[in-house]
Design a protein around this ligand. Structure first.
Ligand SMILES: Nc1ncnc2c1ncn2[C@@H]1O[C@H](COP(=O)(O)OP(=O)(O)OP(=O)(O)O)[C@@H](O)[C@H]1O
Ligand SMILES: [Mg+2]
Length: 357
């Protein structure tokens, strides 16, 4: 297939999560990637429930505000989805061309996807073009049309055109690749620990081996603080972030808060470990070399250390801006550092280009 070199640009990366919207704008230059904008805006509770959009106006307002205050003129954006209404399934097929694959994918999807095929959009990505047995591995993605259409409608409301609808797991994979690269023979577990979902993507040699979404995240910690201290969700959220309501910065957190966070971190790490065990039981002999964590809840150091202790695997927090240039006057390093945990997916989405295939 001939390569058509059209002038393209990077899509606006929009990560619409249950706690807030994150936006990254990148520019591809000769010297590499440059950060043009990053912004985030909180969403009211229950705006997104289990991946489904319950309050479109809240999301549209948040995106609109961010586009305005960052003077974003671009029209094209890239979105991602996650949760129970999205299924990613790896299947093995005989070697075939892209065209043949496009023809047969609908039939394949009917065999592998437990939804009514009329109700879903089907996408696919060749993850391993050639396995040893003359076959290929394809990641089949199915997402409920109803859900995707709601997200697309929100974009249209604010004058954006979604060119790409990705899944969180692949956006993280692209973000990690740009910043760290994949090394031969290396197996990395990518984890996005957000507010309500943990997305796991096990990657060997740059290829997805296993993905799974777990229904847990930072809101579990906030809810437990709320319950035990008998305070509001917002107050609990402040305590979780290291400062209680009306607390002076040198005051120490109530001992209780620390121990609730630690208890929940243990629970989450065990839950993650169960999925790693499941992966290990079903997969080949590949050992896990590293766990790399992103998502807002990765900002809790004790969680990261607990995952490391329970898994016995070196665990680190991903810096999504590691290989991205930015003007330090516009983006002071301490702001970049604060944004890092929540920015991962939106950076992965902002890598997508308007002139892709
Ligand atoms: N500094 C911090 N310390 C502790 N928790 C934090 C910190 N910053 C963010 N969080 C938590 O991270 C979560 C937000 O992260 P993120 O933006 O990745 O989630 P989301 O994309 O909105 O959620 P999801 O993908 O699960 O729908 C919230 O639960 C928030 O309380
Ligand atoms: Mg998220």
């Amino acid at each position: 297939m001939a390569m058509v070199m059209t002038k393209g640009r990077n899509c606006v990366g929009l990560d619409i999560g249950s706690s807030g919207v994150k936006m990254t704008v990148l520019k591809s230059t000769k010297g590499g990637l440059r950060l043009e904008a990053f912004d985030h805006a909180k969403l009211p509770p229950e705006t997104i429930v289990d991946g489904a959009l319950m309050n479109s106006t809240a999301v549209a307002d948040a995106v609109n505000t961010m586009l305005g205050r960052n003077k974003i003129k671009q029209k094209y954006c890239a979105l991602s989805v996650s949760g129970n209404t999205v299924i990613v399934k790896k299947i093995r097929l005989p070697l075939m061309t892209q065209e043949e694959l496009e023809e047969s994918i609908q039939w394949e999807a009917e065999q592998h996807i437990p939804f009514d095929i009329q109700d879903v959009f089907i996408g696919f990505e060749v993850v391993a073009p050639k396995t040893e047995q003359g076959q290929m591995d394809v990641a089949l993605v199915a997402a409920k049309k109803e859900m995707i259409n709601d997200y697309v409608a929100v974009c249209h409301d604010v004058g954006l055109e979604p060119l790409v609808v990705d899944v969180d797991a692949f956006a993280i994979q692209n973000m990690y690749e740009v910043n760290y690269g994949y090394h031969r023979g290396e197996t990395v577990v990518l984890l996005d620990v957000g507010n309500t979902v943990v997305t796991m993507n096990v990657v060997t040699d740059g290829v997805t081996m296993f993905t799974r979404d777990l229904s847990l995240g930072g809101s579990d910690i906030t809810e437990e603080i709320q319950r035990q201290l008998n305070i509001t969700y917002q107050e609990a959220e402040l305590y979780k972030m290291g400062g209680g309501p009306g607390m002076a910065s040198d005051e120490v957190l109530p001992q209780e808060v620390e121990s609730i966070i630690q208890d929940k971190a243990e629970d989450m790490a065990h839950e993650i470990q169960r999925s790693l065990d499941f992966y290990a039981a079903t997969a080949a002999e590949e050992e896990i070399d590293k766990i790399a964590v992103t998502g807002g809840t990765a900002a809790i150091p004790s969680l990261v250390r607990t995952i490391e202790r329970i898994s016995g695997v070196p665990t680190e927090v991903i810096n999504p801006f590691r290989k991205i240039d930015y003007d330090e006057r516009q983006f002071p390093p301490e702001r970049i550092q604060n944004w890092s945990p929540i920015a991962g997916i939106s950076v992965g989405l902002a890598l997508r280009r308007t002139n892709e295939r």
